[in-house]
Design a protein around this ligand. Structure first.
Ligand SMILES: Nc1ncnc2c1ncn2[C@@H]1O[C@H](COP(=O)(O)OP(=O)(O)OP(=O)(O)O)[C@@H](O)[C@H]1O
Length: 260
C-alpha cells in the first residue's frame, strides 16, 4: 500500500479558478518525489491539499490508508518564505521547539529534540541566537530543523530553496539528501528548478497546464551518493533534465482541456 495516495484530485478556488484537475499520485514510503512545473500550474495547491490546509473540490487523499481530513499527525511542511515562518522574538531553539507542544512533550524533551534537530542541520552552535542574526540559508536550515524535530513521516517542502543564492541552494540540496539517511521520511518537494528536481529526486512528477495536471512521472535512477558536480555531468542526468524540460513544454494533447 502506498503511504500517500491521491485519487482524482481537483480543486477550484472560490473565485471559480480551476487550479488542478484529475491528479492521481501514489507515493511509496521513503521516497523523495520532486514536483516540478511552471509558476501557477497548481503545485502549491496540491501540497496544501495534502497538508490538510485546503479541502479539495473533488477527489480523495489517503495518508497511510486513511482519508485526510484536517492536518494529519506525522506531517510537517517547510515553505519558501523562511523570513515569515520564524518568530523573531524567539531564539532559534525555541522556534524549533515550539510546534512540539502539539505533540504534548514536556519542556526539557522539547529542548532536547530541538537541539538534536539543530545539530543535524549544522546549527548546534546557533541555538541561542535569534533568527534575524542568521543568514537566509541558515534561517532556512532552522525551518528544516523545526520540521525534523517533529519527526515527521511525511515532509512537504514548497520551493524550500527558492529564496537563497545558488551556492547556498546547492548546500541545502545536499543537506536534504544527507538528512534522508538519518530521518526515515517520505518527502514531496515542489520546485520550479528542473535541475534541482532531478538532482534531489528519486522520481520527478512534471506538472503543467491550467488547470494543472500531471504531464509526466519519471523515475530517477542516478547513483548515490549524489554530488553537485559529478552527478550533474552524468549522461543520465543530462538526458533526464532534457526529458523533464520537454514534458514541461509539451503541447497539449487531445484529452488535455487546458485553457491557457
Ligand atoms: N487562494 C487562491 N484563490 C484563487 N486562485 C488561487 C489561489 N491560490 C492560487 N490560486 C491560483 O491557482 C493557480 C495555481 O496556483 P498555485 O500556487 O497552486 O501554483 P504553483 O504551481 O504552486 O505556482 P508557483 O510556482 O508560482 O508557486 C494559479 O493560477 C493561482 O493564481
Amino acid at each position: 500500500m502506498a503511504m500517500l495516495d491521491v485519487r482524482g484530485l481537483s480543486h477550484t478556488y472560490p473565485d471559480g479558478h480551476p487550479a488542478i484537475s484529475g491528479i492521481d499520485l501514489s507515493v511509496a514510503e521513503g521516497a523523495l518525489v520532486s514536483i516540478v512545473g511552471p509558476s501557477g500550474c497548481g503545485k502549491s495547491t496540491l501540497l496544501r491539499c495534502v497538508a490538510g490546509l485546503l479541502r479539495p473540490s473533488a477527489g480523495e487523499i489517503r495518508f497511510d490508508g486513511r482519508p485526510i481530513d484536517g492536518v494529519p499527525d506525522g506531517l510537517a511542511v517547510v515553505f519558501q518564505d523562511y523570513g515569515r515562518s520564524l518568530y523573531p522574538w524567539l531564539t532559534v531553539r525555541d522556534n524549533v521547539a515550539l510546534p512540539l507542544r502539539r505533540r504534548g512533550l514536556a519542556r526539557p524533551q522539547r529542548r532536547a529534540a530541538a537541539t538534536g534537530a539543530l545539530e543535524s542541520v549544522g546549527l548546534g552552535g546557533s541555538a541561542g541566537k535569534y533568527p534575524w542574526q542568521l543568514s537566509g540559508g541558515m534561517q532556512q536550515r532552522v525551518s528544516i530543523a523545526r520540521a525534523l524535530a517533529y519527526r515527521p513521516r511525511l515532509l512537504l517542502m514548497d520551493e524550500p530553496f527558492g529564496s537563497v543564492d545558488a551556492q547556498t541552494r546547492e548546500d541545502l540540496e545536499d543537506l536534504l539528501l544527507g538528512l534522508r539517511g538519518s530521518y526515515a521520511m517520505t518527502i514531496l518537494l515542489v520546485t520550479h528548478d528542473i535541475d534541482e528536481s532531478v538532482y534531489v529526486g528519486d522520481r520527478v512528477v512534471v506538472f503543467g497546464g491550467s488547470p494543472g495536471r500531471i504531464r509526466a512521472d519519471l523515475p530517477v535512477t542516478l547513483p548515490a551518493p549524489r554530488e553537485q558536480i559529478t552527478t550533474r555531468t552524468l549522461p543520465g542526468f543530462v538526458q533526464l533534465r532534457a526529458e523533464v524540460g520537454r514534458s514541461i513544454k509539451a503541447p497539449r494533447t487531445g484529452g488535455d482541456r487546458d485553457v491557457e
